[in-house]
Design a protein around this ligand. Structure first.
Ligand code: NAD
Ligand code: GLY
Length: 383
């Protein structure tokens, strides 16, 4: 359960035994960071041995105050810092960049107590996390996510990794951070399209786990789009709380529970891959059309009715997200789905809605059901 303080900051615990940590969701409030960091470092194996930190960011975020605020907090704890700035974008999330960071850590005489602080979006979090997971067999990791997507998804849960040239996120580890610090004021600088992409994941939490949260998003959409801090704090904290609950029950995606987070992602990944990464569909946009398509499939199985999908479409459109596969080629989408890592024994496995707030991982739909669905949804005159 999240708790709040008298300045309206919210704290969400992620319960993972000795790897437990807390996610602070604030607006400003950076004067509290040194105390929160000290406590988190002292709880970790690094403890008072932590004397150095590498701050990783990208060139966009380096121009904002946040890496400097993290540096000031660390230096106030007498932790020496160096900063590394990589070029923004997915291309930096690769083994080449990781190798340069390893070399930088060696030159900095880093040891097992050296902290890695990620200040940026999901690319920075995944890359910094990968470096932290592997250098010297594991360094403490501190996440300061600055995109909505990173705040509600990638900074919590411990999945870290890098891409190979043709395969996304294929080299990685589970490596939980020691703390996550989220200032929703960072979102004031975020381009609208990036905000919308994060909102697709927020809507997803409502559909898969929390009907009242979905209703809150419907009611509060205007304030969210205006980036009112109280609304942003609430939706970010609730999203983190929902994700933390899933992660604490299935940290390594072994029981199928964590897989519910992939609602919209099976068709969404296929859309993203066939349209080309960084192309017509960004990740959150692909997830939005993927959720609608997967909801249509659930309709065909008799699990939900058309009104359910209509309601989902209305909320996504309110957030300025795409909802249609019109004009895409169904064949390549199906081929990409056949390669999805959730598949087992030749059956395509998807997470489909049962009702608002409840989904199920299933292989109830066969390849022919999917082919027919995609052919219908991709028609030039499809809704
Ligand atoms: P990103 O990190 O590329 O950030 C998007 C853009 O926003 C970049 O240009 C960045 O420089 C800029 N930016 C960041 N913060 C900003 C700010 N406050 N103001 C202005 N601009 C800012 O992309 P993303 O969408 O945050 O993350 C996508 C990545 O996250 C992908 O690599 C994806 O695979 C990964 N991801 C990981 C997980 C996980 O569980 N580990 C989950 C979801 C996504
Ligand atoms: N983004 C899905 C997960 O963390 O499991």
């Amino acid at each position: 359960m999240q708790r709040s303080d008298d300045q309206g900051s919210l704290t969400v615990p992620v319960r993972l035994g000795e790897r437990s940590y807390e996610v602070d969701v604030t607006e400003g409030g950076w004067d509290r960071l040194p105390g929160r960091l000290r406590a988190a470092i002292d709880r970790s194996w690094a403890g008072r041995g932590c004397r150095k930190a590498l701050i990783l960011t990208d060139d966009h975020v380096a121009a904002l105050p946040y890496p400097g605020l993290v540096r000031d907090a660390l230096e106030s704890l007498e932790i020496e810092t160096i900063q590394s700035v990589v070029r923004h974008g997915e291309a930096s999330k690769g083994l080449g960049t990781a190798e340069k960071l390893f070399e930088q850590l060696v030159a900095f005489a880093a040891d097992r107590h050296t902290l890695v602080a990620a200040v940026g979006g999901g690319v920075i979090g995944d890359l910094a996390g990968f470096v932290a997971a592997t250098f010297a067999r594991g360094l403490p990791l501190f996440m300061v996510p600055t995109t909505l997507l990173a705040q509600v998804d990638s900074s919590v849960g411990g999945k870290v990794g890098v891409n190979l040239p043709r395969v996304k996120n294929i080299v990685g580890a589970f490596h939980q951070p020691i703390a996550v610090w989220i200032d929703v004021a960072t979102l004031n600088d975020l381009p609208d399209r990036e905000l919308r992409c994060g909102l697709a994941e927020v809507v997803k939490y409502g559909v898969i786990l929390d009907a009242p949260f979905f209703e809150e998003l419907e009611a509060d959409a205007g304030a969210i789009l205006e980036r009112r801090p109280a609304s942003l704090r609430r939706i970010v904290a609730r999203s983190c709380e929902l994700k933390a609950d899933v992660v604490s029950r299935d940290e390594r995606e072994e029981t199928g529970l964590r897989a519910v987070l992939n609602f919209g992602h099976t068709i969404g990944h296929a859309v993203e891959a066939t349209a080309g990464y960084g192309g017509a569909f960004q990740h959150g946009e692909a997830v939005a059309v993927g959720m609608v398509a997967e909801s249509r499939l659930a309709e065909r199985l008799g699990w939900v009715d058309a009104a359910f999908t209509g309601r989902l479409i209305r909320l996504l459109e309110r957030f300025g997200l795409p909802t249609s596969l019109r004009g895409l080629a169904p064949g390549p989408l199906l081929d990409a789905m056949a390669r999805d890592k959730k598949n087992q024994g030749g059956r395509i496995r998807l997470v489909l809605p049962r009702r608002l707030g409840t989904v199920e991982l299933t292989d109830a739909a066969g390849v022919e059901d999917l082919r027919s669905l995609l052919e219908d949804l991709c028609r030039p005159d499809a809704p």
